[in-house]
Design a protein around this ligand. Structure first.
Ligand code: NAP
Length: 297
């Protein structure tokens, strides 16, 4: 039997409509629109598309937003100055510096300069630390946060389940593992964090998953034989592969061999239209939360 396809696009649209209503209520109460500023350095085409989409979504949610663009020649100290000014600006609630940055700029230094309460990407060590501790106010990175909301809306309770995450990046793998392992409703999972160190044993690990999360950046790396019958499969991968039938000459595909795995799994996210749209919805949710926290304090 073919797996249920989890419609991330529909869930994200629902979440975005709710955020729009909440932002309108926030404005009615305070006279303030949540404001996000995007920092874009250089002309990386993918980064430009991401920032444009996030700006458009912010607009639709009724937020105030601005994209500050800089040439690749900007120095690290100039960029730090921009961040310091925005940190001090009470009207700006959220600050997102699009990665990657040019090689002469130290990304860690930039991410650590963003005030934790405005760091809606959740990359500042303060946010990472609080997420790991599982207490206090913090922002979880948008893709893992989106997966959590997706599971909740799909009524997939991870509690007591064995979740295998493949990929240990700071953006996806590690934070989703930490979120799912928290002693909290809809989390409370038994989590295995796999990576290239698994070597030939990777299949042994993935086959023991009730919920398998692939965040590897390798097209179609997860094949049907790696998935236990009835497992839930979340595909985070967003890989561009050549496709002569497309005008652009390429198409987007996931880390999972979707056509084969959907015949084994009980539920699966597609690419595109799965985790991707949830990530943008969480940029909005975190921005609204940032505004609410800053106006309250
Ligand atoms: P990353 O930083 O490149 O990390 C990839 C991870 O996968 C690494 O930990 C790596 O292990 C592991 N890995 C790679 N090949 C493996 C293999 N054969 N066996 C076991 N582990 C393997 O990637 P990322 O930033 O987390 O992104 C992962 C994917 O998600 C990419 O396709 C990216 O485009 C996509 N993504 C999507 C969204 C979204 O909104 N949908 C957001 C962010 C990222 P090692 O650590 O041992 O090298």
């Amino acid at each position: 039997m073919s797996a249920r396809i989890i419609d991330g696009k529909r869930i994200a649209e629902e979440v975005r409509a709710e955020i729009k209503e909440q932002a309108a209520a926030f404005f009615a109460r305070t006279g303030i629109r949540p404001r996000i500023v995007f920092l874009l350095v250089g002309e990386n085409p993918a980064s430009m598309v991401y920032v444009r989409n996030k700006g458009k979504s912010s607009e639709e949610a009724g937020f105030s937003h601005e994209t500050l663009t800089f040439p690749t020649t900007i120095t690290e100290s100039e960029l730090l100055d921009v961040i310091a000014k925005l940190n001090a600006d009470k009207a700006t609630h959220a600050l997102l510096c699009q990665l990657p940055l040019p090689k002469h700029i130290n990304e860690d230094r930039i991410l650590e300069a963003i005030a934790p309460e405005k760091d809606i990407d959740g990359f500042h060590p303060m946010n990472v630390g609080r997420l790991l501790i599982g207490r206090g106010e913090y922002f979880a990175p948008c893709t893992p946060a989106g997966i959590m909301v997706m599971l909740e809306r799909e009524k997939i309770n991870a509690s007591g389940k064995h979740v295998v995450v493949v990929g240990r990046s700071n953006i996806v793998g590690k934070p989703i593992a930490a979120l799912l392992a928290q002693k909290a409703p809809n989390a409370n999972a038994v989590v295995t964090l796999a990576h290239t160190g698994a070597g030939k044993r990777l299949t042994e690990f993935t086959r023991s998953a009730d919920i398998l999360i692939a965040a590897m950046g390798v097209p179609h790396a997860i094949t049907a034989d790696m998935v236990s019958p009835g497992a839930i499969v979340i595909d985070v991968g967003m890989n561009s592969i050549p496709d002569a039938t497309k005008k652009s000459g390429s198409r987007l595909t996931g880390d999972v061999d979707f056509d084969a795995v959907k015949e084994v799994a009980s539920a699966i996210t597609p690419v595109p239209g799965g985790v991707g749209p949830m990530t943008i919805a969480m940029v909005l949710r975190n921005t609204l939360t940032a505004a609410e926290r800053q106006v309250r304090s």
